[in-house]
Design a binder for this molecule. Structure first.
Ligand SMILES: *[C@@H]1O[C@H](CO)[C@@H](O)[C@H](O)[C@H]1NC(C)=O
Ligand SMILES: *[C@@H]1O[C@H](CO)[C@@H](O)[C@H](O)[C@H]1NC(C)=O
Ligand SMILES: *[C@@H]1O[C@H](CO)[C@@H](O)[C@H](O)[C@H]1NC(C)=O
Length: 270
């Protein structure tokens, strides 16, 4: 699956948890606004969504802080706006993936352009979480087995004919494939699946352990954010976000903190 980078903008869809990311409006620096890259972890490949847009000294969420009329948008703009869909050669307000039916020959590409998958007949499964995501809506085995719905603690498994969701409450008991699939919260080490720790982020992406970069994450058992960052020795360790510098403050804090330019400090968003 291609990495989806929405050009103008970006963010987060963990609304089912209590964890609230900083809103775009609460970001006071152009740097935080433009780099507010958040993964919507529907997939093992963390893909970045950009919904914040810096304009006239303020940071806006292009999904809700700026009024956009989809009907007036040309194709290129339309494709970059998550609230719009390009359909019947017109830009329309996005409703739900399954409302879009295209000719077989262009179904897959057209669905992807609207940030949906296709199920062979219609578009299905919203890749960026505008509507509820269910494993059951994924029709292709190879896509199914890569998905982990973070905010629902759900692993997608292929049962032979269909993609089915399995809710997990801990990492133990997951096999290697599932453990790597859930690598936003779990880590495969020493032939067992355990809870992810900061130190797992010290290894490179490509290891079979399926661990990833040094980033903060949600603890699978407590649903608390575990803050990690690299120290001077290059080790990924637990970190207090208030000690993060301007460049790392927002990015390394699971989008919970942002740089306050007046006091020159990394502060929790409220
Ligand atoms: C594709 O999704 C549509 C809309 O949800 C559904 O009616 C249809 O049965 C699905 N087709 C397949 C092959 O799963
Ligand atoms: C796969 O899951 C579907 C839906 O839960 C079920 O109807 C079907 O029987 C299952 N197939 C197998 C082979 O278990
Ligand atoms: C791996 O597991 C074995 C057996 O459970 C244990 O003896 C060993 O200390 C573990 N190694 C690491 C690095 O955790």
């Amino acid at each position: 699956m291609k990495q989806i980078i929405i050009l103008l903008l970006l963010i987060l869809i963990i609304n089912c948890l209590d964890i609230q990311a900083c809103s775009c409006l609460s970001l006071q620096t152009q740097y935080d606004c433009e780099n507010s890259v958040t993964f919507q972890i529907a997939n093992q490949d963390l893909f970045d969504l950009r919904f914040c847009h810096w304009q006239q000294g303020k940071c806006f969420d292009i999904r809700k802080d700026i009024k956009i009329t989809c009907n007036f948008q040309g194709q290129e703009n339309c494709l970059n706006l998550p609230q719009c869909a390009w359909y019947n050669n017109k830009c329309q307000t996005f409703t739900k993936c399954s409302d879009y039916i295209y000719d077989k020959s262009i179904l897959s590409t057209s669905c992807e352009n609207n940030y949906c998958l296709d199920n062979g007949t219609t578009c299905a499964f919203d890749l960026i979480g505008r509507e509820e995501q269910k494993c059951e809506d994924i029709a292709q085995e190879e896509i199914c087995v890569k998905h982990y719905l973070l905010y629902k603690n759900t692993i997608c498994n292929w049962n032979g004919t269909q993609c089915v969701g399995q809710i997990i409450s801990s990492c133990s008991g997951l096999n290697q494939k599932q453990c790597i699939q859930a690598n936003s919260q779990c880590s495969w080490k020493n032939n067992t699946c355990g809870k992810r720790k900061c130190e797992d982020g010290q290894y490179s992406y490509s290891q079979d352990e399926g661990v990833k970069l040094c980033s903060s994450f949600l603890d699978i058992e407590t649903n608390q954010v575990i803050y990690c960052s690299l120290n001077e020795e290059g080790q990924c360790i637990i970190y207090d976000p208030v000690d993060l510098d301007r460049k790392n403050c927002h990015a390394q804090s699971f989008q919970q903190y942002a740089w306050d330019p007046n006091n020159q400090e990394c502060k929790k968003c409220i």
